[in-house]
Design a protein around this ligand. Sequence first.
Ligand code: LLP
Length: 420
Amino acid sequence: MDHFQHRSGVLFAEDVPLPLIAEEVGTPVYVYSRATLVRHARVFRDALSELKQPHIAFAVKANPNLAVLRVLANEGYGADVVSGGELTRALKAGMKPKDIVFSGVGKTHAELQQGLEEGIGQFNIESEEEGYELAAIARRFGKRAACALRVNPDVDARTHEKISTGKRENKFGVPLDRAAAIYTALAKEDGLDMRGIAVHIGSQLADLEPLETAFGKVGTLIEELRAGGCTVTHADLGGGLGVPYKAGEELPAPAEYGAMVARVTKDWNVQLMFEPGRVIAGNAGVLLTRVIRVKRGIERPFLVVDAAMNDLARPAMYGAWHDFEAVEPTGEKTIAHIVGPICETGDTFAMDREIDVLGAGDLAVFRTAGAYGATMASSYNSRGFVAEVLVDGDKYAVVADRIAAGAIMDAERVPEWLVD
Ligand code: LLP
């Protein structure tokens, strides 16, 4: 459930009419709903209520906006970060260092050091090489880094191949058959406190079965490690729960996920950790856009909107579907192609889509844009970076300014020797 609803024919974010935001902030603009974020954060937490003190770390990559992170910090969420930049954001947003987990296959020396200096709660190590590097840094600092070893369970998550992470050919984690040997070796390092196993097999999962298979493999590994004399006190089950992108689409509810986790992990005797991203933020945001013009096509009209693939990359990158809806629908429908202004055919949001009839100047939204939306924006075609707004009841704030193409250009220079 989200808080973007029509009232007397106008789409509102909570109690704020979207035309007001378009007027005052301009378009395109991402609009997030605080009430929706809070609701999703609580639904997910409640779904895990059968577990003993689960640790929930929001996957910052899904939506790193400081205000969004602050809403989740206020809900007691920690952060799953994958770069020094995300770590800095999580801390700045008020997340406690001990509630931060550092994931990622390519943490640099400087990032490992930053994590140690900040005293983060856990490193999810993705290779033995990374483990030894972290151990050496920790020794130098006279610290012990709490670590989980991320395993690659070789399970097909049955999602888009670009966001599937748990198959043996994917770059993530260590192969399951080498995991016990690597864990045992790293546990001998003074600088490391090897305390758990981490797994994350992919994103936008429409089916719980691959997750259950992967978690089952983690359970077997934990038994094997303990039988071999290793200590295992934590298991990080990652994120991945999918969300509906099309009205009426059915996906596993957080409660079903929680029940499955409780069943599979009941004898593990560990503290469980989670890294949800999309399920918290996805339906808490829309991308508000204005129609530039309707161009006559051969079979269908092209609805040219002022948002483009640089603002919302998912349709171009993954062929992803985002529901598209008029802010002030007349009830009349048509079939059209929805495209942005960027000079490549990839800048297409939808082909042959049944949509509300719209004309130049009208407003519309792409729904389910709160996760992997603004964070994946670029300035391609020198379009500048899209603005972000957070609504809370009847008030709203601009939580990320639009960065104009000119400001990006300010960071560039032409060396003197090129100018004659
Ligand atoms: N933990 C790890 C280690 C991850 O790699 C990810 C996502 C998550 C947690 C959060 O997964 P979620 O709960 O959001 O599914 N840009 C793509 C999604 C990439 C996801 C990458 N990893 C998209 O727009 O669909």
